[in-house]
Design a protein around this ligand. Structure first.
Ligand SMILES: Nc1nc2c(ncn2[C@@H]2O[C@H](COP(=O)(O)OP(=O)(O)OP(=O)(O)O)[C@@H](O)[C@H]2O)c(=O)[nH]1
Ligand SMILES: [Mg+2]
Length: 337
């Protein structure tokens, strides 16, 4: 599935139907009164959040969405039929902006949430409505109102409690597949993950939480290196980050330097990201070379004031403790920003 997290669309609600000019024609009644019905209301265009969707891809083509017009009113006081609404399904976590002013109109946060983005025009009144004792046979009716139309910019920012960040190949997707039922692609080369993956972690006594595994980051990502930082928007709305480190490639890999440089990239993307609570974990502890160096590295981080979890996403070693710490930390963080 291709992942698209931005789309610009045009929405046009249905026009209201025109009111009708008509007069009653009955046998033996020479002058029937006015009986022109009102036009029906035009359909609305509505955005609806759908938890089944994970991308805005379906909205890139076609990008025009129209709701049905209301029918015109008819004689015998018949009101025109209301135009049908047009519902556009979007992923949960979609932000809706006015394309021109960039004003945020809505943030669709839960499954089923609806937002009317263009309201259908009112139906025009039929001539029956204009009859007065002075004017018994009005010969005019109103036209239906035009449906509203707008250009909108949609932006998807996934909603997850926890973001999984780290250099490519450090084992983020492996960890996600260990702790949740998500099955992201795992491979021994960088940039295996090209789109964010979400997984739900069920934790015995604690509340379940959602983890987002995003494509690997590298030094210079804020200037576009690797896949750049565009995917960081998907950890913007998390409450906690798991920062995964890997030294399995050997001594040239310096975990403290890796840690610092990714934090530098986070800050370059947005200072608020760098302020998020991070839990640090050294992965691939099952490998003898990693196991051997782990205590020294843990020491180094502790001196810097950070605790370091030692885990293996592959064997599961240490992951229970890490998840327990995630639950406890989430419970202690009340501010969702
Ligand atoms: N020995 C060992 N290998 C691991 C562990 N976790 C991941 N790997 C291996 O490391 C490689 C990369 O794993 P991924 O889970 O794809 O890494 P990633 O961080 O998601 O990589 P990108 O998506 O490219 O950023 C794979 O060959 C995994 O099998 C671990 O705990 N121990
Ligand atoms: Mg991956």
């Amino acid at each position: 599935m291709k992942f698209v997290d931005e789309a610009t669309i045009h929405v046009k609600a249905g026009d209201g139907g025109n009111g009708c000019v008509s007069f009653r024609r009955e046998r033996f009644v020479p002058k029937g009164g006015p009986d022109g019905g009102d036009g029906g209301k035009g359909g609305d265009v509505i955005l609806q959040a759908d938890v089944q969707l994970g991308t805005l891809l379906d909205l890139t083509y076609p990008k025009q969405f129209r709701a049905q017009k209301g029918s015109h009113g008819k004689g015998k006081d018949q009101t025109g039929k209301k135009g049908e609404n047009f519902i556009i399904r979007v992923p949960v976590g979609t932000l809706v902006r006015d394309d021109q002013t960039e004003e945020l109109l809505q943030d669709l946060l839960f499954d089923g949430q609806q937002f009317v983005v263009a309201e259908g025009g009112r139906g025009g009144r039929g001539n029956a409505r204009f009859a007065t004792p002075m004017l018994r046979a009005p010969r005019h009716a109103e036209k239906g109102e035009k449906g509203r139309e707008h250009w909108l910019r949609l932006e998807l920012k996934l909603l997850a409690d926890v973001g999984l960040i780290g250099y490519p190949n450090v084992g983020k997707s492996t960890l996600l597949s260990r702790i949740s039922s998500a099955r992201p692609k795992i491979a021994d080369y960088p940039f295996t993950t090209l789109v964010p993956n979400l997984g739900v972690v069920n934790q015995g006594d604690h509340r379940p939480f959602v983890v987002a595994d995003i494509p690997g980051l590298i030094e210079g990502a804020s200037k576009g290196a690797g896949l750049g930082l565009t995917f960081l928007r998907h950890v913007e709305r998390t409450r906690l980050l798991i920062h995964l480190l890997d030294i399995s490639e050997g001594p040239p890999r310096d975990p403290v330097k890796d840690f610092d440089s990714l934090n530098h990239e986070l800050e370059a993307y947005h200072p608020s990201l760098q302020k998020k609570t991070q839990l640090l974990a050294l992965n691939k502890i099952d490998l003898p070379s990693v196991h051997e160096r782990a205590p020294g590295i843990k020491n180094q981080f502790e001196k810097m004031g950070h605790s370091l979890f030692l885990i293996s996403g592959q064997t599961g070693e240490g992951t229970k403790e890490l998840m327990e710490a995630v639950s406890l930390t989430l419970e202690s963080i009340t501010d969702p920003s």
